[in-house]
Design a protein around this ligand. Structure first.
Ligand SMILES: *[C@@H]1O[C@H](CO)[C@@H](O)[C@H](O)[C@H]1NC(C)=O
Length: 396
């Protein structure tokens, strides 16, 4: 055989091998789940095809309900500026609430040397805000705030770059996705400012089962995060349940890196993908019934990094995610959204974009079960009324 022939054979075999490996990788991704703990919990009931008309009716009703709420609270604010949220600053909160401050300092210049020791010192059933001031340092510890200790603030005066809470568990090592979290917040009324939440487990290949590694799990109601950062790969931020507000935060990951059944408003956040080619999704929202008010609304955010990734995939049958006035780099799979391999979900999810910009925002090629939102459709998601924020954010 002439050597050029041999060469071309080698090229063909290499290509076949490449295609084979790539197919395996894609299959991994398709069968992967955001949480091993939820495997098998999706009952046939949830997969059932729901009558399309009923669902659309429900969406319409919800949009009207939320719209009415918005109109009542923002009667004077007819435009769609974000100005109405600007009074909810951390400074206001520090001024307006009675606080007790506990200082955590690794060099012994505070009350405690670890964050968990400070949390442990707070009484169960705490009724007053307690600020845990965390001085600069890398705190390598697994932190948990139980549900019995509400109104805790983590405050890093040196900022997120210098105030780092990190651990390195994975779902396989810890027992479940939830248990992999470096920091777990089960209580209501949590506030964090200037804190970096990290999971240092090495980034896995796309969607590997058991490699979920959560940086922060938030399960309490009424939480607010200001200028915080979240670093991980697969499943970085477990926005599990409750109403949450994220402002000026940085969130990094690869697969489903903002996931859960939270009802959350992400304002001016930077979402950065570190996905390997062919293996990522920015969100995996888990709304499981039409009666739930949950969903993720991203407003005025920026999406950057490596792709291609989906904007979201439907962990729950009624998954709801919208991007509003968000700049999106060229890293999005044109289809935009993935139904989790369950076509019935196409009829019940609520996925949309509104006045987004950047090459990744181009809606040409999007699945026809996602929406380019109208003004009326976008309205319920555009302000903190999406999380009922006016009733709790300023008095947190
Ligand atoms: C949506 O797209 C699919 C496949 O691309 C097509 O089969 C279906 O008819 C479309 N549905 C509507 C309502 O346009």
């Amino acid at each position: 055989m002439p050597s050029t022939q041999k060469k071309s054979n080698v090229i063909v075999y290499t290509k076949i091998l490449y295609i084979l490996l790539h197919s395996i990788q894609i299959m991994w991704f398709l069968v992967s789940f955001a949480g091993t703990e939820v495997m098998g919990k999706d009952t046939p009931e949830q997969h059932k095809v729901h009558a399309k008309e009923a669902v659309e009716q429900e969406f319409k009703g919800w949009v009207e309900r939320m719209g009415a709420r918005y109109d009542a609270k923002h009667a004077a604010d007819a435009g769609d500026s974000l100005a109405s949220t600007q009074t909810y600053t951390f400074a206001n909160q520090l001024r307006t609430v009675t606080t007790k401050t506990i200082v955590v300092d690794q060099k012994g210049k505070g009350n405690y040397k670890t964050v968990q020791a400070a949390v442990n010192s707070i009484k169960q059933g705490n009724k007053q805000r307690v600020v845990i001031q965390i001085n600069p340092g890398v705190y390598r510890e697994k932190i948990k705030i139980p549900s019995t200790k509400p109104y805790i603030t983590f405050y890093g005066p040196a900022g997120a770059a210098k105030t780092i809470l990190v651990y390195g568990d994975t779902a396989a090592k810890a027992g479940s996705t939830s248990l992999s979290a470096s920091t777990t917040v089960m209580s209501d009324g949590f506030i964090a400012r200037g804190i970096s939440f990290r999971n240092s487990a090495p980034a896995p290949v796309g969607g590997a089962v058991g490699r979920q590694a959560v940086a922060l799990l938030i399960q309490g109601d009424k939480a607010a995060f200001y200028t915080c950062s979240f670093y991980g790969a697969q499943d970085t931020l477990y926005d599990k349940s409750g109403r949450h507000y994220f402002k000026n935060c940085y969130i990094q990951g690869s697969i489903d890196f903002i996931f859960g059944d939270g009802q959350s408003y992400y304002e001016k956040c930077h979402l950065n993908s570190i996905a390997n080619p062919g293996s990522g999704s920015l969100t995996a929202q888990k709304r499981s019934s039409k009666g739930e008010d949950t969903g993720f609304s991203f407003v005025g955010c920026v999406v950057t990094g490596s792709g291609p990734i989906y904007l979201g995939r439907a962990w729950g049958p009624y998954s709801r995610v919208v991007f509003i006035r968000t700049y999106i780099e060229d890293l999005i799979i044109p289809a935009g959204w993935y139904d989790w391999g369950l076509s019935s979900r196409r009829k019940t999810v609520y996925y949309g974009q509104y006045k987004c910009s950047g090459p990744g925002a181009n809606t040409k090629g999007r699945v026809n079960w996602s929406l380019e939102l109208t003004d009326a459709q976008a309205r319920p998601f555009k302000t903190i009324s999406f999380i009922d924020g006016a009733s709790w954010l300023s008095s947190l």
